[in-house]
Design a protein around this ligand. Sequence first.
Ligand SMILES: [Zn+2]
Ligand SMILES: [Zn+2]
Length: 88
Amino acid sequence: MEDSRLEIECAHGKGIASIVCCHLLNFVDPVGFIENSSDPNDLQAWCFACEFLFQQEGEITDEFKTFNKAKVVCERCYAECKNTHSLK
Ligand SMILES: [Zn+2]
Ligand SMILES: [Zn+2]
């Protein structure tokens, strides 16, 4: 079995590459947390504002990419974002 997980080097050390939007990283107050993939080896999420724009655009457009500014983080950063931004 080939291990196709993408690993990255982060402040936490080596982690599994996960994708979050820039808002999840830059905002301290909860902005919502929409998971687009729950595959533990392919974690992807963005905030409510990104979800709203995505619905408007209907697909990943250049405008969306500019707004979303996806960043690659480790799975622990991803878990922290989820903790901070999940609205209950
Ligand atoms: Zn966002
Ligand atoms: Zn990290």
